[in-house]
Design a protein around this ligand. Structure first.
Ligand SMILES: Cc1ncc(COP(=O)(O)O)c(C=O)c1O
Length: 409
């Protein structure tokens, strides 16, 4: 997929628009598979939350990927995309018992992350195999919003509560078939990950009928040239060796599972937005795009930095710009960044826009959510239409109100 293809997509389908390169998704999937080729049974669950378009789910299904889901709606999307329920792990956090029951009916792998639910669930469904999400209390992840394994985190059952887990399992006679952890996103230090893995191995020793160990995800991807990324090859080498040793001592070949989201789709995505206004002020030059944090919230939510390129004018001289949106609050995508000269009407491409971008988009300011395009087999395929005014009011109910205006004299 070339820059000219991106420009053509923007001119054909309008802006703002998300474009995903399936070739990059496929190569990232294979890279991870290769890194863990020494493991006999590897299962990669694509994390639906990162980018949940059904065509993307179908793409991963075609590669043989399993899915990681966190809501019943993600489960239903996965099943609709053709993924067998047994290949879907469902890891909710603080959901209602009714939602869990629905997941049981759909036949997905349940992953439980709190003691009360574990007890209730085991009492009601002792025969349904359950995975347990452990919190190893290892601090990993890019920032506090995406670091979830630490002591104050709401996720998982504390490793220190293992005696309680074992008591519940014994009392209910429930079947634990997997142990899970997810320490957070953007893990830089492989040693930290391996340390958390040791805690998982120790935890696993307590259960005799395991089928898999799920190490979650958190692989960091590069956001700019020379940026650091998780060395998945090195991690693959080290963790595979340790995992194989563990299987030997456990007495059975288990499945090693991961749940990558960002690693598989982040770099595949581009967000294209048009510059509506170039505004010179006394302090900077603002490039106002036809979008805002309603479509791409990561820079404001996580402080994430998406590289921005002016693909309409890539060879011009670079100048300083602050790229901002049209929202009625501060929505700064980039502050005084060097970008090739911007004119009104130019298309700016935001990189790393595959993961947690469209899936976090909203209708704030009553704007339409953008269209999405998948670049597949050398062609652009529209995989989501831009919303319309009808979509905005579709579920709204207008009630009749009495007119109660007091005429002023
Ligand atoms: C339980 C779980 N698994 C997998 C993921 C995917 O993480 P990443 O996108 O960093 O690969 C997340 C992300 O929040 C998660 O909470």
């Amino acid at each position: 997929m070339e820059t000219t293809d991106l420009l053509k997509i923007a001119s054909e389908h309008g802006s703002p628009i998300y474009v995903y390169n399936s070739e990059k998704m496929i190569s990232q999937y294979k890279r991870l598979q290769n890194a863990f080729q020494k493991v006999k049974h590897l299962r990669l669950h694509y994390a639906v939350k990162a980018l949940s378009n059904i065509s993307v789910l179908k793409l991963f299904n075609s590669l043989g990927s399993a899915l990681d889901t966190v809501s019943i709606q993600e489960v239903k999307l996965g099943i609709k995309a053709g993924v067998p329920a047994q290949k879907i792990i469902y890891t909710p956090n603080g959901v209602s018992v009714e939602e869990l029951e629905e997941a049981v009916k759909l036949g997905v792998q349940i992953n439980i992350d709190n003691l009360i639910i574990l007890e209730q669930f085991g009492t009601k469904h002792p025969k349904v195999p359950v995975c347990i999400r452990i919190n190893p209390h290892v601090m990993a992840g890019g920032n506090t919003n995406i670091s979830v394994g630490h002591i104050d985190s709401k996720f998982g059952i504390s490793i220190h509560q293992m005696p309680h887990i074992l008591r519940i399992v014994e009392n209910t006679g429930m079947h634990i078939n997997g142990i899970h952890m997810h320490t957070g996103s953007d893990i830089l230090d492989i040693e930290v990950f391996l340390h958390a893995a040791e805690i998982l191995f120790d935890a696993a020793e307590n259960f005799k009928d395991l089928e898999f160990l799920d190490f979650g995800s958190g692989f960091k991807v590069p956001y700019h040239e020379n940026d650091i990324e998780t060395n998945v090859e090195e991690l693959g080498e080290k963790l595979s060796k340790r995992f194989n040793e563990f299987c030997k001592s456990y007495g059975r070949d288990l499945t090693l599972a991961f749940e990558p989201g960002k690693f598989l789709v982040s770099e595949a995505g581009f967000f294209l937005a048009k510059v509506n206004v170039v505004k010179q002020t006394t302090s900077t030059v603002f490039a106002h795009i036809d979008s805002g944090f309603n479509h791409l919230i990561r820079p404001m939510f996580y402080g994430s930095k998406h590289e921005i390129e002016n693909i309409s004018n890539p060879n011009a001289k670079k100048r300083f710009y602050s790229v901002v949106g049209y929202i009625c609050e501060t929505d700064t995508f980039a502050n005084n960044k060097m970008i090739t000269e911007i004119n009104e009407g130019d298309i700016l491409a935001f990189k790393n826009a595959g993961a947690y971008c469209f899936s976090m988009a909203s209708n704030y300011n009553s704007r339409y959510r953008p269209a999405e395009v998948l670049w597949y087999n050398g062609e652009a395929h529209l995989i989501r239409k831009r919303e319309t005014f009808e979509d905005l009011i579709h579920n709204q109910i207008e009630i009749s109100l009495e007119t109660n205006v007091v005429e002023s004299v």
